[in-house]
Design a protein around this ligand. Sequence first.
Ligand SMILES: O=P(O)(O)OP(=O)(O)OP(=O)(O)OC[C@H]1O[C@@H](n2cnc3c(O)ncnc32)[C@H](O)[C@@H]1O
Ligand SMILES: [Mg+2]
Length: 405
Amino acid sequence: MVRMNNRADNDLRPVQVTWRFLKQQPASVLWQRGDTKVLAAVQPTEGSLQVNGNGITAHQLEWLQTTLRPLLATEALTITVTCLEDGGGLLAELFNAVYCALTLLPKGKGPKQVAAAVTAAMVAGESLGDPDAAESDLATSLVTMVATPQEQIIALELGGQQAVNSSEFNELILRASQGVTRTNDQRQASFERAVQPNIQVADTDEQTIVIATKNPGKAREFESVFAAEGIQIKTLLDYPELPNIDETGSTFEENARLKADQIAAILHLPVLADDSGLMVDELGGRPGIYSARFSGDHNDAGNNAKLLYELTGVPAEKRTATFHTTLVFAKPDRPDEDLVVEGNVKGQILGIPRGDNGFGYDPLFYVPELDATMAQLTVEQKNKISHRAKAIENLEDKWKEWIKD
Ligand SMILES: O=P(O)(O)OP(=O)(O)OP(=O)(O)OC[C@H]1O[C@@H](n2cnc3c(O)ncnc32)[C@H](O)[C@@H]1O
Ligand SMILES: [Mg+2]
């Protein structure tokens, strides 16, 4: 039988998962398989299990609740599941969507067991994995199966217009259990790509600290501090599989914490994150936390050009500015013990860039005491006076004790 998209009998439709789909609800996903789209959100509560459905029948909702219950580590949850489009196999995809949302709950609250769901259909005497809407309409019988990857069946729902005989039934079960294994792989691959990469951290005798930055200029400045202690430094450039951490905080500290905590949790290593920026007095403290994307995207030349433009006609004595750094050092799985320090340096924004060293706003940032811009200093010189250097000095008094326990 020729299927849509030339699928083989056991081929599933592609899956696309948007993890943490709702900003306000961290345990939420948009799950799409073919044209079937389901939004699921899970919220820990004080009360007992509540499952709410939108766009699904009372029977589907009841099935979902009964199927999920034995898998839950806690019943203090409100689960909301919304069918956005039924393009076939809806019952199975309701389960898969909720299951994915459950995996986003904090450690210990997620599902107790690995499970996935898929539908198989008997169409014109042949068993097909994961029927789309047209195939479902033609199906004489359908089976929706929830099972573990070890083929332990958790739930089975039989549907369709005709009774099945036992050999057809066996065929449907076989087809469905192939689909469950495949679905589990699809979900796992997407999770590792987007949420929790399965990164092997190389074992070394040396102690390793990860600097949560992709900015090689920053990394160079940190290197000299830790190298002296025999500590090996890695940066985010060493872990390209890591998800991008959005800097959605409203302060330097919030942004640095986001980076440090999330990456420490993934890599199980101590992580030092830096959030820095330039605050120009005449611009009311702007660009501040938006320094990296001042000109729209992360481009040093563009940012410097925008800064010069905004300060057009402003006389030298009014072009005062502060470079700021907040550092957050995080230990794996202990976000309450973050070490937070700051550093500042005052200077002036020139009208014309000077010097080729450093990075970012360095060529425009003039330091009166040294009669030079930061870009005219060597790394060693910059490391004595910069905002980052001051923050590191503040860190130096504390980090060796902090990292021990
Ligand atoms: O987030 P990461 O990957 O660490 O790197 P980033 O370059 O995005 O760093 P920030 O979010 O801290 O953005 C700070 C902006 O300020 C600039 N900046 C930070 N420290 C600087 C320094 O020491 N000298 C010059 N410009 C600096 C930098 O180029 C960015 O445009
Ligand atoms: Mg940044």
